[in-house]
Every structure is written in structure tokens, then in C-alpha cells.
Write a protein that binds this ligand. Structure first.
Ligand code: SAM
Ligand code: SF4
Length: 333
């Protein structure tokens, strides 16, 4: 029998994002401070525990899983998790298994991911200029990421490029990035910076409203509204000149909470019912307390019953501190 999870506001919860590690081989300026303190390894769930938890969500009605981080592909043996979960596609509620990655390890893993049943991936790329890439990611190597994208393309993975729009940093490159992505047949999505986590820089300086970016693009391109959705929060237009899809994720200029269908699991087993709120439910204790699935199912149901209506992010001069101290790398993008 198919189960469904409905939250107190009538939203059907069908999408789980899982951060499999808070660690990363980059230090993007909007995401992490250069000297991050990571979780002690002992706190982190094993891959087997993550798989059991993920399948508990699937049993309760989740249809889409996205593996994220931190950088998911730096976690040792992570491919075994993809293989385990991928084998359940079509044999359970699970319809899709996807990944968000910075691309640094894709050359090694693209074929394994495709073989495990992953069909589409999001690759985060904020610039194609090597120096700017170093400035933004601090530790990243653009060449490796571009090779990784080529490997993913060659493995038959459908690619979406995600770009965080950063004032004065990549704002003049956005059009070019879109043309490149569409020229390669990739979807292209822009993201507004969100006030999550302590970083070294100043968020007011980084914040670029996408309403402005869209207005600029609309001067040179015909942006046609579409109702295309991927189950995520992006709203898409079709760019008439390129034939490609352009997405906007606008947590700040447009509140996307009404249609929220997702919850997020950290690598220590905390379930965040909203990216923009601190309330979370500990699923590690019930997971470890018993092999009885009923215990876990009840803990999940109790958490979903607490899902809040929405978030209240604001970035302005009065609110320089992060809305939440928790970084994006803990709950994943
Ligand atoms: N490391 C992987 C990557 O970069 O794709 C996966 C995790 S990363 C946290 C997921 C997404 O969140 C990336 O696209 C990243 O650009 C975005 N992100 C991180 N911090 C953000 C912030 N403060 N505001 C908006 N997007 C952010
Ligand atoms: Fe790492 Fe992704 Fe955060 Fe960049 S955005 S530091 S790649 S987790």
C-alpha cells in the first residue's frame, strides 16, 4: 500500500535531501569560513544507517532523493550508497535519485553514478574564469570541474548548472555562463545567496537580487514563462534565443514556501523540516534504538507534523548576522 506524508499545511512531502557529509574540498566564500570546524566522525551516520533512514522515508511516501553535502563525492565509499538506493528505483515509491556536487570528483565517479541509476545531477559552478574560480571557491581547481562536467556528459547524465549570483563577483558573467550552459545542452539555474552559516565576508556585499538579474537578461533575451518543474524550488523560463531552460531560485525576493514538498536530513541524522528554521528532529536515536521500522516511522511522522509554514530570511543592513548559524553544508543546498 502506498503511504503519503502530509504536513499540517496540507503539503505532500515527497522529496528528501540528504547531506552525507559536512566536509568539502572547496571553501566557497558564501558557504564556509576558510577554517571550518567539521563534525567529529563519530557523530556521523554510517552509509548503511543513511540508507536505512532514506528507505524509511521512501516507505512513507518519499519519491525523490537528492544526495548532497558538503561535497557528497568526497565521502569514502559513497558510491555504495548510490548503488543501494539506486537499486530501489521503480521497486518502491522511489522514482528518482539525484546528486548535487561541486564537480571536483566527477571524472572519477560519473560512470559509477550513471550505472547506479542516477539520471540527472546538479553541478555548482559560479564562474568559468580560473582566477575568479579560485577567489570564489578558495581551494577549487576549475580545470578539474570542467573535466568532471565532460565526464558526466559523456556518461549520459543530464546536467543542470547551478550558479549563485554574487554582486560584483560574477554578475557580469551570468549571461555568458547561461550561453555556455545552453550551448552544451545543460539547464541553467541561478540562486540567490541565503543567510546561512558564519562566513568570513559580508553577505550584504554578496547579495544580488535575481529580480535585477532577470530584468537585465530580459533586455537581451526573450524569457518565456513555463510551468516546467523538477520537484525543486526553481521557477523556469525558456530562453527563446538559446532554446534552453533558465531557472531562478529566489528564497529572498520570492517566498517559495507555499509549495514546499521537502525535508532535509543531516549526516548526523537530524531532520530539518525547513531550510530556514532551526527546529529539527533527531532520527539517529530512534534509528539506533531499534531495528523495528515502526519506531522509525513514528519518529518521522512526528517530525513531519512539526513542519513549519515557512522561513523568514532577510538580508539587509540591519540584519548582517546570519539568520541561522547552521551552514548550508550541514543540510545541503
Ligand atoms: N558541495 C556541493 C555543491 O557545491 O554543489 C553540494 C552542497 S552545496 C551546500 C549545495 C548548493 O548550495 C550549491 O549550489 C551552493 O552554491 C549552494 N549554497 C551554499 N551556500 C549558499 C548560500 N549561503 N546561499 C545560497 N546558496 C548556497
Ligand atoms: Fe563546498 Fe558546495 Fe559549500 Fe562550495 S557550496 S564550500 S563546494 S559545500
Amino acid at each position: 500500500m502506498l503511504r503519503r506524508m502530509i504536513d499540517p499545511f496540507g503539503r505532500h512531502i515527497s522529496y528528501l535531501r540528504i547531506s552525507v557529509t559536512d566536509r568539502c574540498d572547496f571553501r566557497c566564500v558564501y558557504c564556509m569560513a576558510e577554517h571550518m570546524t567539521f563534525l567529529p566522525k563519530a557523530e556521523v551516520l554510517s552509509l548503511e544507517e543513511i540508507e536505512r533512514l532514506a528507505m524509511a522515508f521512501v516507505r512513507n511516501g518519499v519519491e525523490r532523493l537528492r544526495i548532497t553535502g558538503g561535497e557528497p563525492l568526497v565521502r569514502r565509499n559513497v558510491i555504495s550508497l548510490f548503488e543501494g538506493l539506486g537499486s530501489q528505483i521503480g521497486r518502491s515509491n522511489l522514482k528518482e535519485l539525484t546528486l548535487t556536487t561541486n564537480g571536483s570528483q566527477l571524472s572519477r565517479f560519473a560512470r559509477d553514478l550513471a550505472a547506479a541509476g542516477v539520471k540527472r545531477i546538479n553541478v555548482s559552478l559560479d564562474t568559468r574564469d580560473p582566477d575568479r574560480f579560485k577567489t570564489i571557491t578558495r581551494w577549487g581547481d576549475l580545470g578539474k570541474v570542467l573535466d568532471g562536467i565532460d565526464a558526466a556528459d559523456a556518461a549520459g547524465l543530464k546536467i543542470k548548472i547551478n550558479t549563485v549570483a554574487l554582486k560584483d563577483v560574477n554578475e557580469n558573467e551570468i549571461e555568458e555562463l547561461m550561453l555556455w550552459a545552453h550551448g552544451r545542452g545543460f539547464d541553467f539555474t541561478l540562486i540567490e545567496t541565503m543567510p546561512l552559516g558564519e562566513i568570513d565576508g559580508d553577505r550584504v556585499e554578496q547579495y544580488l537580487p535575481l529580480s535585477l538579474v532577470r530584468a537585465r537578461l530580459a533586455k537581451n533575451f526573450h524569457l518565456e514563462d513555463t510551468d516546467y518543474r523538477t520537484g525543486g524550488p526553481a521557477r523556469y523560463v525558456r530562453v527563446a534565443e538559446t532554446g534552453g531552460r533558465l531557472g531562478f531560485i529566489t528564497p529572498l525576493t520570492h517566498n517559495f514556501c507555499e509549495s514546499c514538498n521537502r525535508v532535509r536530513l543531516t549526516c548526523t541524522g537530524q531532520l530539518y523540516m525547513c531550510l530556514g528554521q532551526d527546529d529539527n528532529a533527531d532520527l539517529r536515536a530512534p534509528l539506533r534504538a531499534s531495528q523495528d521500522d515502526a519506531v522509525l516511522d513514528k519518529a518521522i511522522a512526528d517530525a513531519i507534523a512539526r513542519k513549519p509554514k515557512g522561513h523568514d530570511f532577510i538580508i539587509d543592513r540591519q540584519h548582517r548576522a546570519p539568520a541561522l548559524a547552521r551552514p548550508m553544508s550541514l543540510t545541503g543546498g
